[in-house]
Design a protein around this ligand. Structure first.
Ligand SMILES: Cc1ncc(COP(=O)(O)O)c(C=O)c1O
Length: 419
């Protein structure tokens, strides 16, 4: 094996070899986990040599290690960008990108459907530093042109939104933003570098919670940002160098290892996710399935046009029932863990009623909502598990026993805030 990272290749070949440099590590296929803070130099001259290019070689642990460079190179090859930057979490990638690209007096347009901590960072922090934050209808498409102001510097997208699964018209939004000189950023965690080619669709900066599908095993926090242009990369990289949100080497090693099997895992997540979603669509307790790959979904046309696949994360709405009934359904499941996050090999479920925060638009539901991440278990076992839980839900909702249906109207806003 030689240096494959610079060579073009079909997706699976890239996933197997991008960022791989066995010749630099005594032939070992994978880079070692470099545990580094201090880097020592043989002479003052050697130390000064790289000072004008501080991020291109080993100078200090916070700025990069060979393990991290390999992960960044691999993601960059997949995303087709100028360069990538690894961060200590997906949220660090989001906050650092926004902080680096925005300043006092700038106006930023943020999709109303974004991951809630992104909204909180904008409202609680960027606004305090003098950035004007405006939330927009995620379905606005080219209409975003009408919201542009002379000081609009950035348009932030997330498609589909990780709770409501609304698909955004990224090419139309990007074209309108660029016409007005604004930078387009996307949270591409759901799309992954495999299913959504963000930079090709018009995005300037694509970021991921690599904690999800890239790592893929629920055992590391990691983020990654890929820039199409050097100028954006430099601004974000400099901001990250001084904010100190560098990932640990163990985490980037796990990210790199996850990339090698990313497509294989995603194909299975996609297949099982669709199978479960279709089954739920026909289930009498389920009134709505939010999954862009299903033909009835309002975002299906855009998803089909712009994405090459769908991961195993989607939402459902149940027919109206009590919180107790939802809790009994979820608690009864054996194979679905109750937990935040997603993208690991194991299935997860999370009640989401009351967790959707909107200010520019409204999100209407009539019954309790939940988010499912379909993992790599046997799909028939997953369906049997859900069937069993939904039977309990049905029993509790329709049971005539007052004990079982006490307080049975579902109260919006009763769910704990999403982390
Ligand atoms: C869409 C999306 N973006 C970003 C994040 C934040 O990533 P992390 O948990 O790695 O900080 C999450 C986490 O759930 C997410 O769902």
């Amino acid at each position: 094996m030689g240096d494959k990272s610079d060579k073009d290749g079909k997706l699976d070949t890239l996933l197997a070899h991008a960022g791989s440099h066995p010749e630099r590590q005594l032939g070992a296929v994978n880079p070692p986990v470099y545990r580094v803070s201090t880097v020592v130099f043989p002479t003052i001259a050697a130390m000064q040599e790289g000072a004008h290019r501080p991020f291109d070689s080993m100078r200090y642990g916070r700025h990069g290690t060979p393990t991290r460079f390999a992960f960044e190179d691999a993601v960059c090859a997949l995303e087709g960008g100028y360069r990538s930057i690894a961060t200590s979490s997906g949220q660090a990638a989001i906050a650092s990108t926004l902080a680096a690209l925005l300043g006092a007096g700038d106006h930023a347009l943020i999709a109303d459907s974004v991951y809630h901590p992104t909204r909180a960072y904008c409202v609680d922090h960027l606004a305090r530093y003098g950035v004007e934050i405006e939330f927009y209808d995620p379905l606005i498409g080219a209409g975003i042109g009408a919201l542009m102001r002379p000081n609009t510097k950035l348009v932030y997208t997330e498609s589909p939104g990780s709770l409501t699964f609304e698909v955004q018209d990224i090419p139309a939004i990007s074209a309108a933003a660029h016409e007005n000189g604004a930078i387009v950023v996307t949270d591409n965690t759901w799309g992954t570098p495999v299913f959504f080619n963000a930079l090709e669709k018009g995005v300037d900066v694509s970021l991921h919670s690599a904690t999800k599908f890239l790592v893929g095993h629920s055992d590391a926090m990691l983020g990654v940002i890929t820039c199409k242009y050097e100028d954006h990369w430099r601004r974000i990289k400099n901001a990250i160098a001084v904010s100190g949100v560098a990932p640990g080497s163990e985490e980037v090693f796990l990210g790199l290892r996850g990339i090698r099997t990313l497509n294989v895992r995603l194909q299975r997540h996609q297949e099982s996710g669709l199978h479960v979603a279709k089954w739920l669509l026909d289930h009498p307790e389920v009134t709505r399935v939010l999954h862009p790959a299903l033909p009835h979904d309002p975002g299906h046309f855009l998803w089909k046009r712009d994405f090459t696949g769908a991961c195993g994360l989607f939402g459902i709405e149940l027919r109206p029932g009590s919180q107790q009934a939802v809790a009994a359904f979820v608690d009864d499941l054996d194979l679905f863990g109750i937990g935040f996050s997603w993208g690991g090999y194991e299935s997860l479920i999370l009640p989401t009623t009351g967790a959707v925060h909107r200010t520019a638009t409204q999100w209407r539901t009539t019954g309790p909502t939940l988010r499912l991440h379909i993992g790599l278990e046997d799909v028939d076992d997953l369906i049997a598990d859900l069937e069993k839980g939904l039977l309990i839900y049905r029993y509790l909702v329709f049971s005539s026993s007052p004990d079982l249906i006490r307080g049975s109207t579902w109260m919006a806003g009763s769910s704990p805030a999403m982390t």
